[in-house]
Every structure is written in C-alpha cells, then in structure tokens.
Design a binder for this molecule. Sequence first.
Ligand code: HEM
Ligand SMILES: N[C@@H](CC(=O)c1ccccc1NC=O)C(=O)O
Length: 255
Amino acid sequence: MTATPDGMTYADYLQLDALLSAQKPLSDLHDEMLFIVIHQTKELWMKQMLHELRLAISLLAEDRFAEASKAMARIKRIQAVMTLSWDVLSTLTPVDYLKFRDVLGTSSGFQSAQFREIEFRLGLKEPNFVSHYAEGSKERATLERALDEPSLREAAIGALERAGFDVGDRSESALAAAWLKIYRDADRWFELYELAEKLIDIDDALVAWRHKHVLTVERIIGNKPGTGGSAGAPYLRRTLEKRVFPELWSMRTEL
Ligand code: HEM
Ligand SMILES: N[C@@H](CC(=O)c1ccccc1NC=O)C(=O)O
C-alpha cells in the first residue's frame, strides 16, 4: 500500500489540473469542445478496456473462468457506454461540424493507437496497421508488443485445447466444430459455454460501436472522404464485416 499524502484533495487525487487543462479547441467555435471531450472520454474508456482485456487474457490462460468472466462483463458494459455516447455526438450538425473540420487537418480516428491495440488484443491482428506509426515511436512499440502477446481469441483457443477439444488447424471450421460440441452439451461444458457467450457479447458490442460510428459519420459528413485519407463511410461500412470470433457466429447456423 502507498501512503496517502497529508491533506490530499479530490483534485489532487484525480490530477484534475492536468485532465481539465487538456481541452484546447483550435477554433473559436462552440461545438469543437464537444468534439474534443467525446474523443478524450472514449480514449479514457479504451484505456480501461485494455486494462480489463489484459486481465481477462491472463486469467483465461490459467483457466480461471469465473474471474475472467467478471472482467469480460465489465468490458461489455464499457462498450455499451461508448456506443451510447454517439448519441451525444449526433447533436453536432453537419453545418456546425464543417465550420471547424478544417482545423483537424489530416488527423483522424484512424490514428487511434488504443483502438488498434484493442483490435489486436481481441484477436484482429492486422500487422499492416503498425506501419502507420513512426519507427521508434511508443505507439509502434506498444502495437508490436500487442501483436506478439496472446490475444483474447488465442487465450480462448488455448482453453479449448486444455479442455481436450481438437482445434485442428485452428481454422474457422475446425473451431466451429469444437464450439458446436460445447453448445450441444452446454450443461456438461458449462464454463466453456459461458465463456463463448461472453466472447460473442464483446464481438457483438464491437460491431454495434462500429455501426453507430458509420451512422454518425453518414449523418455528419455523408459519403465525403475522411480526413485520414480513406473513402470515409464506405471504408467504415466494410469494417462491419470484421469478426473476432467468426466461428462463434457461423456455428449458430449448424446448431
Ligand atoms: C464527427 C465525428 C466523426 C467523423 C465525421 C468521423 C469520421 C471518420 C472517418 C471518415 C474515418 C475513416 C478514416 C479516415 O479516412 O479518416 C474514421 C475512422 C475512425 N474513427 Fe471516426 N469519425 C468521427 C468521430 C469519431 C469518434 C468520436 C471516435 C472515437 C474515438 C472515432 C474513432 C475512429 C476510429 C477508431 C477510426 C478507425 C476505424 C477503423 O479503421 O476501423 N471517430 N472516422
Ligand atoms: N475522420 C474525420 C475527422 C475525425 O473524426 C477526427 C479527427 C481528429 C481526431 C479524431 C477524429 N475522429 C474520428 O475519426 C473526418 O473525416 O471528418
């Protein structure tokens, strides 16, 4: 335990001076503050998500299902809050956004290293994204570590194997066959069955977040290209196809 400094206040403990002096609009337009605050709160929630994700992965590696489940339940609730917060941003009208969009230059959510780290740590490992960060930068080092370390997906496959399931070549069809056995005898394999439902909760919530993002983007900038250089909404719509656990989705057809 660390000692509490004498007379420590609320503002000291929460470092509010640093936190509340980090909102610096570049324009003098009222709505830019909302844009900054929404992004900063999402980065904070992503920080907490990564904290829980690392815990869930390490617990799963030791077959500590109940404890891992608690962390995954928290992740799902954080994702729900993040998805709901699009409704606050949707109050930004296209007219008001376009008044300050130019101050953003080529910066974009595409460059959010925490978002990419979440994708990697869930199991969506796309090494190409690492090249967007400067060599020697801390973001690049963090993402490289996330690529190397076991993801939630890999940890779940490990748990399946330890329980005696044949995961074959780890392809979607081999994994779907293993999960199918578990779902068909859910009482016998209750821990793994419950794990699978927690995993699909997180996958579901990630797609829901992406979906609200595309809708908000369409509502605010239509099909304009993005500041990050992509096609904009058409690019984002394609990311809705990404699934961390495609086998958990496809096995439902066979059940
Ligand atoms: C006015 C509001 C917003 C607009 C118009 C918008 C637009 C876009 C566009 C067009 C892209 C594609 C990349 C590009 O070419 O720029 C993108 C990517 C992205 N945005 Fe937003 N965005 C908005 C708000 C947000 C917020 C609040 C977040 C939350 C942190 C966010 C996170 C992201 C992420 C993580 C990506 C990368 C997605 C991926 O590659 O799968 N965006 N955004
Ligand atoms: N990509 C957005 C700009 C944008 O939304 C943005 C800009 C700077 C920091 C974060 C952003 N959020 C998500 O992409 C656009 O094309 O208008």
